[in-house]
Design a protein around this ligand. Sequence first.
Ligand SMILES: Cc1cc2nc3c(=O)[nH]c(=O)nc-3n(C[C@H](O)[C@H](O)[C@H](O)COP(=O)(O)OP(=O)(O)OC[C@H]3O[C@@H](n4cnc5c(N)ncnc54)[C@H](O)[C@@H]3O)c2cc1C
Length: 499
Amino acid sequence: MSFSSKAWICSVCGYVHQGDAPPANCPICGADTNSFEIYKEPITVAAPPATSWKCTVCNFECEGNAPPGECPVCGAGKDSFERLAKEPGASAISSKALRVVIIGASAAGLAAAEAARKAAPQAEVTLLSKEHSLPYNRINLTRYLAGEVRREELVIHPENWYRDQQIALHQGSETKFLDLQAKQVELTGGQKLSFDKLILANGAHPFVPPIPGAERKGVLSLRTLEDAEQILDWAKKGGRCVCIGGGLLSLETAGALARRGIEVTVLESFGHLMPRQLDPQAGAMLARHLETIGVKVRWAVRAKEILGTDKATGILLEENCEVLNADLVIIAAGVRSNVYLAKQAKLAVQNGVVVDNFLQSSHPDVFAAGDVAEHQGLLYGNWSVAQFQGSIAGMNAAGGQVEFGGVPRSHTLKVLGLDTFSIGRFLPQDGSFIQVAEEYDGKYCSFVFRDNKLVGANLVGSASLAMAVKKAIENKIDCSKLLGDKSASAIEDFLKTQL
Ligand SMILES: Cc1cc2nc3c(=O)[nH]c(=O)nc-3n(C[C@H](O)[C@H](O)[C@H](O)COP(=O)(O)OP(=O)(O)OC[C@H]3O[C@@H](n4cnc5c(N)ncnc54)[C@H](O)[C@@H]3O)c2cc1C
């Protein structure tokens, strides 16, 4: 491969590397060189002149390119709004510094703050974080558990970076209440902050299914640095751990704890591992690998109860009333968006805060990005998508008009020592899809096509093709010539030529 770019972006964590060639491994998340693609500096959009709208029923005024769907004060419809004949720049917002408040300081919130700062240099940008630590790379928590990175290496920017960027970071500041009429957020402790534009970047929390005993000591989930510290405290004592759930997070956690000498068993209720990302053959190959690193896998089993008195001592399975002993139980059964603030403020919410292509919620001054946002029915649950959406929400809050058109969902496994990559529709949905799958040279490659275009893939054992696959899907490359051949190795050779 020959390189001409001077900057490269890691598709897993968004790290930008300056140089003639991508690095062998990402210094942030450890992804290999194949995870890097050419970095194109995002175009920062300057704010266009704002348009003002007035509700003819209650005189509520707001700004935006279009009137709101519904008046947030009196509920009157879009048609009740009239355009105000104000000179551009004479509006309440543009005559003074725009106040952008962002709730959540992780992938989406941080990217939003940076983008808003760039697009509106005069704006007051405030970043509110419930967590007490400086914003950190959440995706590296499993690598931290595994001992691959140190705590201080998780931190994204040092404290002075926020000062230099004039981003007011409030750590340990939980937003309790949104008042969209007064355009204020209320923090625990009663402090109120006014905003012109608000960005919800408050992410998601672990879903804990209603398993009796889930409240016992020693039953934990992994989402925050604090959770990781708690898990490490338990792990120090040694013993046995059961991870409930056969998804990406559960497997990475299991692999990390196995590396610390813990006896780990993963329970998956489905017939194979990572059912939302892998086809059965890929799942089976991954399971075989897990056994070699000391992680036992039990599939098609369900936890009926977490046993113990004060503290967890084991899991009772639904199947045959079998008991698995455990000192530590990790529940990794997926996440749920933190929609409570949006619901309380009566924003449109389904599984996440509903946003349009501008990442604007049902209120014209409120945007949402990352794990809290639902775009075209999709919740991505992905770090780099959260960053991407955050940048767009930040630019648009500053008055830009940038659209998010959706991206194919992709997943890369870390920690386990087996490259595993999944993207798009990795299983044929019906007869209109063609799957070409093969296990060869110690790896498994499966490609799914529809209408002569690649629409999804699973790669296990080698993810060197991940970038080529991603590009072929995004660029809708014509693969008609390949499909007669039906050999995964021929498809691999073809895709390599597309890089
Ligand atoms: C251990 C682990 C490993 C992962 N690995 C990967 C991976 O390899 N690749 C990948 O793409 N994704 C991975 N993910 C998922 C990825 O981390 C998320 O998709 C991403 O963090 C979403 O970013 P976000 O900014 O939308 O939300 P979050 O990261 O959830 O951040 C939201 C922030 O808002 C704060 N907050 C919530 N409510 C309030 C409030 N009321 N007031 C103030 N602050 C509030 C939260 O405390 C949190 O700090 C992983 C997740 C975990 C937990």
